[in-house]
Design a protein around this ligand. Structure first.
Ligand SMILES: O=C(O)CCC(=O)C(=O)O
Ligand SMILES: [Fe+2]
Length: 285
């Protein structure tokens, strides 16, 4: 079997930059099979209207535990192999022990409403957030099923930001002090006509950021948003062709750009960790 990726290269990139990209990793037959399944099944995946109105999430985030086609797609051998290498390296384990790669969150919708800058892993050590929501070493995976351009609402990220040490950063301390003195209002995010987030004064609070601030750490999100809007962190976008896959470290700063009207971002996004907990497995495993 010829490998289309070099695992050492991916691992090195992941460690250096907090993300790595395997172009053309998933073949077209596999994409077509999943895409036609999505077309026929996704209406039944949807939350009822009441839940959609309340939560803002159109789809539950554990469809992979109920839909075997999705499970098989996000757990396909190549993905599982790469993710397990990346996660084991992150956990600095010599042996796999009894844990295995499991997904804990999947995002299957093809229209992004936009999500502000954040990171997926929040740790207690982060400037004293009380009762951290979770501490989990995780990897996110973004699979492009169609062409992904700026209009699709791509994944945005700050290369290298997984290494960012806010605890010893003067700018962070200054921000925190001023924030605690009430000098900053609520985070302000809006979108320009092409769907790119615009951060600045006088705009509306991004609905998603406000809603999920208890998960992502309100203060830190405000800080990184300010760092990006002031040009002190340089973001990038994952524009892609079908079959391209981006893997990102749970500490990488990222966002979801908004899908412009009339466009789709055909994709599957999943998050994985190493676990021995059967609760993460679907009934057929
Ligand atoms: O929708 C996206 O592109 C990214 C969403 C996100 O923040 C995540 O999956 O962790
Ligand atoms: Fe995220």
């Amino acid at each position: 079997m010829t490998e289309q990726y070099d695992i050492d290269y991916l691992l090195q990139d992941m460690q250096n930059n907090g993300f790595c990209i395997a172009r053309g990793l998933i073949n077209q037959n596999r994409i077509d099979a999943y895409t036609s399944h999505h077309d026929s099944a996704s209406a039944s995946w949807m939350h009822p209207l009441e839940i959609r109105k309340q939560s803002g999430w159109d789809f539950p985030t554990d469809i992979h535990k109920r839909d075997r086609v999705l499970w098989d797609f996000i757990m396909q051998e190549k993905l599982e192999e790469i993710i397990s290498t990346l996660l084991i390296a992150r956990e600095k384990m010599l042996v796999h022990e009894l844990r295995r790669v499991v997904p804990h969150l999947s995002l299957v919708y093809w229209i992004a409403k936009g999500q502000g800058w954040h990171l997926d892993e929040i740790s207690e050590s982060m400037f004293g957030i009380e009762s951290p929501p979770f501490e989990l070493k995780q990897i996110g995976v973004w699979v492009a099923l169609g062409e992904i351009n700026e209009e699709s609402g791509p994944f945005g990220f700050v290369p290298g930001s997984h290494k960012y040490d806010y605890r010893s950063d003067e700018k962070f301390h200054e921000f925190r002090d001023r924030y605690q003195l009430g000098e900053y209002g609520p985070i302000q995010i809006d979108y320009d006509p092409s769907g790119k987030p615009v951060f600045g004064d006088g705009n509306q609070i991004a609905h998603e950021t406000e809603k999920f601030k208890h998960i992502f750490g309100d203060l830190f999100d405000k800080f990184i948003t300010q760092m990006i809007s002031s040009g002190q962190m340089q973001p990038s976008m994952f524009t892609a062709q079908p079959g391209d896959v981006l893997f990102w470290d749970g500490r990488l700063i990222h966002c979801a750009h908004k899908t412009s009207p009339g466009n789709l971002r055909k994709s599957v996004i999943a998050h994985y960790h190493l676990s021995d907990n059967p609760a993460h497995l679907p009934p057929w495993v």
